[in-house]
Design a protein around this ligand. Structure first.
Ligand code: DX5
Ligand code: ZN
Length: 219
């Protein structure tokens, strides 16, 4: 399976955000991961739909938008209009997650379900058919640069089995603490899309291309 790399702008230089998006696009990123935090669902604040809209003309790559906001429904339309291609939402703050996922597809976008490390996997069971992507958080959301939680690996294996048993093509993406050491483990567990902030933007390697290729070849 082809590995998709989605650099997270959270670790980029925010004073040069547009240039950073162009740079990872040119360096071979498959998607651009946009972390949207509201200071309420998670203890950090990033950017809103206007910033996504401003970035949209700078890259043709898939805008992989990860909403860490509560409530979810209030802003789905705004992110769809801003040019997000995938909109991932968390079930934890959302009493109507089924409806929210449906509404993302109704807007012509791909629907993603993001789950925290402590969220029971049973939550996904009634939702598989509604998900174009499942985003397994391998850190607690809110900040970049955290340590990979290895208890995520059996969770990824379980979700991979369920996707295959159901005959679905759902993208299985992992987010948090991904680097050259953890990437092979999550890929072996059955993921094929990797979000990486620190390991792309602050890798210490010579270029973003080298950082992205390093993650890709760890498959
Ligand atoms: C955390 C975000 C991640 C974060 C990953 O809440 O969802 O996308 O940017 O950062 P790294 O790759 O540094 O763990
Ligand atoms: Zn994210």
């Amino acid at each position: 399976m082809t590995v998709l790399i989605s650099p997270s702008i959270l670790a980029s230089d925010f004073s040069r955000l547009g240039d950073e998006v162009k740079a990872v696009d040119e360096a071979g990123a498959d998607m651009i991961h946009l972390d949207i935090m509201d200071g309420h669902f998670v203890p950090n604040i990033t950017v809103g739909p206007d910033v996504v809209k401003a970035l949209r003309p700078l890259s043709k790559k898939t805008f992989d938008t990860h909403l860490m906001i509560a409530p979810n429904p209030a802003y789905i339309e705004a992110f769809a209009e801003a040019g997000s291609d995938i909109i991932s939402v968390h079930p934890e703050p959302d009493p109507h997650i089924h409806r929210t996922l449906q509404s993302i597809r109704n807007l012509g976008k791909r629907a993603g379900l993001a789950i925290n490390p402590g969220t029971p996997l049973e939550v996904i069971e009634p939702l598989y058919e509604l998900c174009d992507l499942i985003l397994v958080m391998s850190v607690n959301p809110g900040f970049g640069g955290q340590k990979f939680i290895s208890a995520s690996l059996p969770r990824i294996e379980h979700i991979r089995r369920r996707i295959d048993d159901l005959g679905l093509q759902t993208i299985l993406e992992v987010d948090g603490g991904i680097n050259a050491e953890t990437a092979p483990k999550v890929l072996a567990a059955g993921a094929h899309a990797l979000v990486a902030g620190t390991a792309v933007f602050r890798s210490g390697l010579g270029s973003y291309r080298e950082a992205i290729d390093t993650l890709r070849v760890s498959a």
